[in-house]
Design a protein around this ligand. Structure first.
Ligand code: A4P
Ligand code: MG
Length: 199
């Protein structure tokens, strides 16, 4: 598909206003449900974040040349009151605090937090690329986003995100698991350990 031309104006406009962002969450080490819940709780504790929606959890086959366990994936949509790089810094801080050690690229991880979409911003610099470069090639990223908003458009291609699904290999397996309620997550009285009961 042909890329739409990016404009400096798009970037400046999206940088200045609170933006709706989609964050992809993945884990395939330890108790992945618990890591996912903890990551979401840490993200929504930040004052610059307003949580809009949380997708279901999905069990997904690893998209990687490295042999590893299946993943638990999901996506959240938030309103982010800050710059895109500040959101990346928040997510990387949470990954680090949750003990993620980067050894093998695309290898197993306790938690991986990626910015999938940041409004209709198109940005490509060494530290941050939005939309996430692989978003439209990965069922584990596309499907949770579409569950939250089936009408999402890929800003680079100007096409519905759902139109990419038919082009993704059948080898990528994805199974929908349980849904996570925002109310339960937002509540202080909902410890992440409750997720253990769902295993
Ligand atoms: N970076 C650039 N753009 C972004 C962005 N939009 N969001 C940079 C987050 N980070 C972004 O990431 C490497 C660098 O990407 C960062 O320093 C950041 O500045 P990383 O998280 O340190 O390393 P990584 O995750 O091992 O590499 P990469 O290329 O980000 O991998 P992905 O794309 O995160 O994919 N299969 C299943 N089923 N489920 C998964 O969740 N995840 C991956 C990792 C592979 N296969 C998977 C899954
Ligand atoms: Mg990553």
């Amino acid at each position: 598909m042909k890329e739409k031309r990016r404009t400096a104006q798009t970037i400046i406009a999206a940088d200045c206003a609170p933006s709706k962002a989609y964050v992809g969450i993945g884990s395939n080490m330890g108790n992945s449900r618990s890591h996912t819940a903890e990551a979401i709780q840490r993200i929504i504790k930040d004052k610059r974040v307003k949580l809009l929606a949380v997708s279901s959890l999905y069990l997904t086959s690893p998209v990687s040349r490295v042999t590893q366990n299946d993943f638990i994936n999901c996506a959240i949509s938030i309103v982010w009151d800050g710059l895109p790089h500040e959101l990346l810094a928040l997510l990387q801080g949470i990954e680090n605090r949750m003990g993620r050690i980067r050894t093998v690229r695309h290898g197993p991880r306790t938690i991986d937090l990626d910015i999938l979409l940041f409004g209709d911003l198109i940005l490509s610099d060494p530290a941050l690329k939005v939309p996430h470069q692989e978003l439209h090639r990965r069922k584990f990223a596309v499907i949770p986003c579409l569950e939250i908003d089936p009408g999402l458009i890929h800003p680079v291609y100007g096409k519905p995100l759902r139109s990419f699904l038919a082009m993704i290999s059948e080898k990528q397996k994805i199974t929908k698991l349980e849904r996570v309620g925002i109310d339960a997550l937002a509540s202080e009285s909902h410890p992440a350990s409750q997720w253990d009961l769902w295993e």
